[in-house]
Structure formats: structure tokens, C-alpha cells
Design a protein around this ligand. Sequence first.
Ligand code: AMP
Length: 239
Amino acid sequence: MQQAASRNIGPIVLLGSPGAGKGTQAKRIAVRYGIPQISTGDLLRDNVQRSTELGALAKDVMARGELVSDNLVCDMVRDRLRQPDCVRGFILDGFPRTPAQAGWLDAFLDREFFENSRAGDNPPIVILIDVDYNQLLSRLTGRRTCPTCGRIYNVHLQPPRVAETCDLDGSRLVTREDDSDAVIRERLTAYEQQTRPVAEYYRRTGRLVWVDGSMPVDQVTEHVFQEIERHGVITADGG
Ligand code: AMP
């Protein structure tokens, strides 16, 4: 039996509304399987912070809770997926978010990634983490993030040991600018209108795996790992 962290896993796509727990689960998958978490939200926020050209274009759109244009996001993802740490597989967290992005990803994987990867040419494992609307609202309004290590907390559901302080490194936790009430509603609307059809796109091609994201976080992780093991690609050279 090969170690989970050295197997060739291939692409994993995490779908789900803002607040569904994609970021938390993606970090756990990354540790277990030794593949990178690629969060388009984190990459965009990093560009905004560094005041890059992309950051300048994305900043106001993100502050309104709307989606950044497909072209900009796809170019950014392409550059990231070309990095050598992706060859055994990777986790996409927050991408694709529109049917156009999903079509772009399929074409990119066929045209380029599968040629160079050590993960075979199996299609992505697509996991939809589903949570109902009211629970999402309470999760998003309670969300706090550590600006140093990126760990995510929730003041209602997963509070830190000391209020507003990271358990791991003692940093003061921050609330994301787009976690205000009005912007949260806008982000949930963008999800329903633009991202739900992405789940349908993958469901039609028989690739969608559904996980109940309203369970306690460790149980969600257990289900996610089970699905990856069930659908996972373990290629002969093993890594
Ligand atoms: P997230 O951290 O995934 O909730 O993303 C934060 C914000 O970044 C979103 O509300 C969008 O404005 C933008 N964003 C992240 N991923 C994408 C994407 N795949 N397509 C378009 N916009 C995105």
C-alpha cells in the first residue's frame, strides 16, 4: 500500500457555496495527499495586496461580492497549474465558478496538463460540499481567518481557544472584508446564479460527488477522503 502523500492523485475540484467549508477541507486534503491547494480567492487577494495589475482589476469586483472575469481568472489558474508542484495532482478551491471556466479547465487539462503530468489522464474528481442557506449565513458572518497561517475559525461553530486569537501562532484574527452582510448576500446570489450550473455541468458527465457539508467538520473530511479513495487514481509508478 503506497503512502497517501506520495500517490498520484490527479485533479480534485471542490465545489460549494461561499462558507461551505471548501477552504478547510482543501487544506486537509493537501496535507493528507501532499498536493497543493489552489484557492483562486487566495490568489486574487494576494494580487490585491501586492497591487499587481490583476489585483487592480479584481479589487472592486471582489469588494462587491461579484465574480472576476473568466479571462483574468483562467489566465491566473493556467500560470499556477504550470508550476512543477502540480504534477501529481492539485486541489482547486473556488474554481471553476462559471460554466465557461469549467469548459476552459477541461480543455486545458486535455491540451496541456495530462501531457506533462504523472497522474494519468483521468478526469477531475469533483466534490460538491453542500450546505443549506441559513447555515451558510451564520457560518459566513462568524468567520475569522488568521492573517499569518491562514487557519479558518468560526466564532459560533469553531471558536479559537482565546477570543479573536489564532491557536497556532497567536496572531489577531481578521474578518474578511467581503464577509459583511450585504456582500455575503451578493456572493451567495452569484453562487446560485453562476456556480450552481457548474455542478450541473459535472453531474451531466457523471463526475459529480455530493457530500453533506452540514455535518461536523471532521465527518465531512472523512466523507471527502472516502470519495477521493473511491474515485482516486493510483497510477503504476506511484510517485
Ligand atoms: P472566495 O475566497 O473563493 O470566496 O473568493 C473571493 C472572491 O474572489 C469572490 O467573491 C470573487 O470575487 C473572486 N473569485 C474567486 N474565485 C473566482 C473565480 N473562480 N471566478 C471569478 N471570481 C472569483
